[in-house]
Each structure stands twice: as structure tokens, then as C-alpha cells.
Design a protein around this ligand. Structure first.
Ligand code: C2E
Ligand code: MG
Ligand code: MG
Ligand code: MG
Length: 284
């Protein structure tokens, strides 16, 4: 095994030339080695109270700290990892690392939460609940402190098309339904998932001012907020990049926002803790 080899593998994956089975195998092998060497790290992005600008939670987002390529974003390797059983050990590492970090932060900020993305294959593992419990025990964390971000596809249509609703609910951790508004998100199934948060995908947040002939997504965003509140679910808007978006979302009663306007995902040492100034009504 050579570093040179995985450099090539990652490059090709970058270039989207990764369709061939051989190239996938090379990248997969590189990722196995990276897992052994613990070359992954977590960055954290604040999730902020829309009305007060205070940080309520941080989303943990994995990166690959490659010795030569530098920081590789998850979009370059998570799709491949999620399509193999490698996601099981990587997902477990992410959960444990996020819990470790959170336990440290909670000494000074006892109400802080961290949310962790969970892939379909992880949910499909019968051992997943045991892993979660072991991690909570290890760091003596209140189960309410750790949130799991799941997508509809993961819960309702795992690899076998199974319905994992009951299993996910039985974990006893708060859930966030991630990326709502992409793929085949379906309002009709939403009421079956006991989620605390509905995360509206950034495509819907950014299409608020889509040029004609596209319609603005504003009515949909507002309806989702109303709908979620009727169901007792809080709403997080993803991908907020401008103060006007924050101001509108606040006016519409959206509970929480996340996006580059507040902060990009950062290494723990680089985090800003706010509170951020809430944009006033005088903009735009
Ligand atoms: P996600 O869970 O929807 O995470 C939000 C993504 O949106 C992050 O990308 C974040 O950096 C990006 N983002 C946040 N605010 C803005 C904004 O204002 N503008 C724009 N353009 N983007 C914004 P990132 O870190 O590259 O992660 C991409 C995806 O990779 C995540 O989407 C998630 O699906 C997956 N992922 C990340 N970490 C993990 C993990 O530990 N496990 C699993 N299974 N998937 C992960
Ligand atoms: Mg997420
Ligand atoms: Mg998302
Ligand atoms: Mg996602």
C-alpha cells in the first residue's frame, strides 16, 4: 500500500471519474487505512436561536485529514463510505468523538447539544442502539444532549426497504429529520417519525429568491414551519447565507438557523460562540 496510490484514488474521485469498480476499490482501500490511522476529524457548525442569536447546538461534520491532500470534505468520500460497511466503523468513530467533545464543552455549557449525522446502514445495524448507549455511558452524557440527524430515506427505506421508525424512536435520543425538501421527502410520512427538529434543506432556503420562471420557495418554507409547529416540531433552516434570510425566517417563526452567515463549520479551537446580533427589520 502506498500513499501515492491513494492520492491518485482521491484525485480521480474528486474528478468524478470514480465509476469504475477498480477506482472505487482503491478509494475504499485508502479509506480503510485512513480509519486505522485515525485521519478523520470533526468540524462543528453552530445552530442558533433565530430570535436571540444564541447557540443552541452544534452539528458535527466529518472531514478527512489526508496527509498530502489536506482536508477532504465529506461530499468527496461519504457517498462511497455510506455505500459500504465502512460507514459502520466510521459512524461509530464520529459518534464517540462527538460525544467526547460534547462532554468537555458541557462542563461550561450544560445546555449545549451536538447533533451527529447517521447513515441508513448504521440504522439498519441491530447493534446500533447498543453502540449509542455505550457511548453515552462512556462520557456520562444525558441522552438529550446528543441528537441524531437522519434522513427520511434512512428511516423509512433502509438498504432492505425496512421501516426503522420504531428502532430509532426506542433509542431515546432526540432526532432531527435532515435535508427535508430534497429527494422524495414526504409530508404524509412525517407524522410517523418522532423528530424534535425538522431541518429544511438549504435548496429550499436558497430558492426563496429564485428568478422566474421558478416560483419562490417562500410559501413552501412558511407552510413547512406552520405544519411542523402544529405537529410540535421545531424548525431549523439550513444554509442561511444572508441577513435577509435570517430576518425573514425569524418573522415566519422559524426556531433555529444554521449557515455560513452565522458560521462555517470550524475545528473546535476556531469556534465562535456568539451570541450573534439578530438582523433587524430595517434590511432589504
Ligand atoms: P448535512 O448533514 O446536510 O450538513 C450540512 C452541510 O451543509 C455541511 O456540508 C455544511 O458545511 C453545509 N452548509 C452549512 N451552511 C451552509 C451555507 O450557508 N451554505 C452552503 N452552501 N452550505 C452550507 P459538509 O460539511 O460538506 O457535509 C456534507 C454532507 O456530508 C452532510 O450534509 C451530511 O449529509 C454528510 N456528512 C457529514 N458528516 C457526516 C458524518 O459524520 N456521517 C455521515 N453519515 N454523513 C456525514
Ligand atoms: Mg446533517
Ligand atoms: Mg442537511
Ligand atoms: Mg445530509
Amino acid at each position: 500500500y502506498h500513499a501515492k496510490q491513494d492520492r491518485h484514488a482521491v484525485r480521480r474521485f474528486h474528478a468524478n471519474l470514480s465509476d469504475s469498480a477498480l477506482e472505487r476499490m482503491e478509494l475504499e482501500q485508502a479509506l480503510r487505512v485512513a480509519l486505522d490511522r485515525e485521519e478523520f476529524c470533526l468540524h462543528y457548525q453552530p445552530i442558533v436561536d433565530t430570535a436571540t442569536g444564541e447557540v443552541r447546538a452544534l452539528e458535527a461534520l466529518v472531514r478527512w485529514q489526508h496527509p498530502e491532500l489536506g482536508l477532504v470534505p465529506p461530499g468527496r468520500f461519504i457517498p462511497l463510505v455510506e455505500s459500504t460497511d465502512l460507514i459502520v466503523p466510521l459512524g461509530e468513530w464520529v459518534l464517540r468523538e462527538a460525544a467526547r467533545q460534547l462532554a468537555t464543552w458541557r462542563q461550561a455549557r450544560p445546555a449545549l447539544r451536538v447533533s451527529v449525522n447517521v447513515a441508513p446502514r448504521q440504522l439498519a445495524q441491530p447493534e446500533f442502539a447498543g453502540v449509542v448507549r455505550a457511548v453515552l455511558d462512556e462520557f456520562q452524557l444525558d441522552p438529550q444532549a446528543l441528537m441524531l440527524e437522519v434522513t427520511e430515506g434512512a428511516v423509512f427505506g433502509g438498504p432492505g426497504g425496512d421501516d426503522h421508525t420504531a428502532r430509532v424512536a426506542s433509542l431515546g435520543l432526540p432526532l432531527a429529520l435532515d435535508d427535508f425538501g430534497t429527494g422524495y421527502s414526504s409530508i404524509s410520512r412525517l407524522h410517523r417519525l418522532p423528530a424534535q427538529w425538522l431541518k429544511i434543506d438549504r435548496s429550499l432556503i436558497q430558492d426563496q429568491d429564485a428568478p422566474p420562471p421558478a416560483r419562490s420557495s417562500r410559501p413552501i418554507v412558511r407552510a413547512l414551519i406552520t405544519f411542523a409547529h402544529e405537529a410540535g416540531v421545531q424548525v431549523v433552516a439550513e444554509g442561511v447565507e444572508r441577513p435577509e434570510q435570517w430576518r425573514d425566517l425569524r418573522e415566519w417563526g422559524c426556531d433555529l438557523i444554521q449557515g455560513y452567515y452565522v458560521s462555517r463549520p470550524c475545528a473546535p479551537a476556531d469556534l465562535t460562540w456568539g451570541p450573534w446580533p439578530v438582523p433587524s427589520g430595517q434590511l432589504g
